[in-house]
Design a protein around this ligand. Structure first.
Ligand SMILES: [Zn+2]
Length: 295
C-alpha cells in the first residue's frame, strides 16, 4: 500500500529535478541519497506494523462471544450465529473480510433463548444502563419504577419490540411514516427515545438526532444503534451507487443507505446538541450502541 504511493512521489520528485534548467547536480545527489534511504527503510518495514491502531485491534480481538457474556434482554448465556451479509452489500460497503465478519455477528449472532442479536443486546444494555438499572430489559419492564416512563420506539428496534411493548408508557413510531426529520410529538415529551439501524437511512442524520433531542424531556435519554465500521471514518453515500439494507430487488427507497458510519459516529450526536455520549459494546467491535442524555 505504501510502496505504490512512494513510487508516485519519487517519480514526481525525479521529474521536477530533471526539468530544472539550472544545473543542480549536487541537490540531485542529495535527493538520490534520501530516496535510497527511504527505499531502504521501506524494504525493511513490515507493512503490517504500519496499519492503524484500529485495524490492529480488530485483528487481535476477533473472538467469539466469551462465556461471561449474558443477554441484556433475557439473561441467556447461549449464542448461535448465522450469515446475514451478501456479497453485493459487502462490495458496496467496501468491507474487509474481518469487517464483514463482525457485521455478520452484529446482525446474525443471537441469544438462543430470546432470539436477540448482538445489536439488540447492545441496545438493551444501553437502555438499562441509561435507566440506572442492573437488570435485564425484560426485568426492567416489570419494575414499578419504570411504569411512569414515556418511551418512544422509532421503527422496530431490532428484536426488542415485544419487550419494549411491556413498558406501560410505550409508544411506537413507524418508519418511514414517522419522519425522523419532523416527528409528530411535542417538545420534552419522552423519557427514552430508541431507534436501531435506522439513522443510516435518514438523509440528514444530525437533524434526525436533533429531533430526537427536541422530543426528549430534560434528563431523558436517546439510545440507538447504527452499523459502525470502527476502523474508518463516516462516509456520506451521496453520489455513490445506491446501496440497500435488505434485498435490493424488493427494497424500498427508505432502505437506501444514506450514511455509512465509522469511528466518528459519536460526533453526530454531539453536533445534534447532546453533551455526553456513551458507547455500549458487546463482543467489540461486533456490536455497539450509543446512549446520550438531554441536559
Ligand atoms: Zn436473550
Amino acid at each position: 500500500m505504501l510502496r505504490p504511493l512512494w513510487s508516485r512521489v519519487r517519480h514526481r520528485i525525479e521529474h521536477v529535478v530533471h526539468s530544472q534548467t539550472v544545473p543542480i547536480t549536487q541537490r540531485s545527489a542529495e535527493l538520490a541519497d534520501r530516496i535510497a534511504l527511504i527505499e531502504a527503510r521501506l524494504a525493511s518495514t513490515d507493512e503490517r506494523s504500519m496499519l492503524t491502531p484500529a485495524h490492529s485491534v480488530l485483528s487481535e480481538q476477533h473472538g467469539r462471544v466469551d462465556s461471561s457474556t449474558t443477554c441484556s434482554v433475557c439473561g441467556g448465556r447461549e449464542f448461535a450465529s448465522r450469515k446475514i451479509l451478501w456479497q453485493g452489500l459487502i462490495d458496496e460497503w467496501q468491507l474487509s473480510p474481518e469487517e464483514a465478519d463482525y457485521v455478520d455477528r452484529q446482525q446474525g449472532e443471537q441469544c438462543v433463548a430470546c432470539g436477540s442479536n448482538l445489536r439488540s443486546i447492545a441496545l438493551a444494555d444501553a437502555i438499562c444502563s441509561s435507566l440506572g438499572l442492573g437488570v435485564t430489559l425484560r426485568e426492567a419492564a416489570q419494575l414499578p419504577k419504570t411504569g411512569s416512563l414515556r418511551i418512544l420506539e422509532l421503527n422496530e428496534a431490532g428484536t426488542l419490540t415485544s419487550t419494549l411493548q411491556q413498558f406501560p408508557g410505550y409508544v411506537f413510531g413507524k418508519y418511514p411514516e414517522v419522519d425522523m426529520h419532523a416527528m409528530p410529538f411535542p417538545d420534552n415529551s419522552f423519557d427514552l427515545v430508541i431507534h436501531s439501524d435506522t439513522l443510516e437511512h435518514v438523509p440528514n442524520p444530525v437533524h434526525g438526532l436533533e429531533e430526537c433531542r427536541r422530543i426528549l424531556k430534560p434528563g431523558g435519554a436517546l439510545c440507538f444503534t447504527v452499523p459502525v465500521i470502527v476502523g474508518r471514518m463516516t462516509r456520506d453515500r451521496s453520489g455513490l451507487q445506491r446501496s440497500f439494507h435488505g434485498d435490493p430487488s424488493t427494497a424500498t427507497a427508505d432502505l437506501v443507505v444514506q450514511t455509512e458510519f465509522g469511528a466518528d459516529a459519536w460526533a453526530f450526536v454531539m453536533q445534534a446538541g447532546f453533551r455526553k455520549v456513551t458507547t455500549h459494546a458487546v463482543a467489540y467491535p461486533a456490536a455497539t450502541a450509543f446512549s446520550a442524555f438531554k441536559a
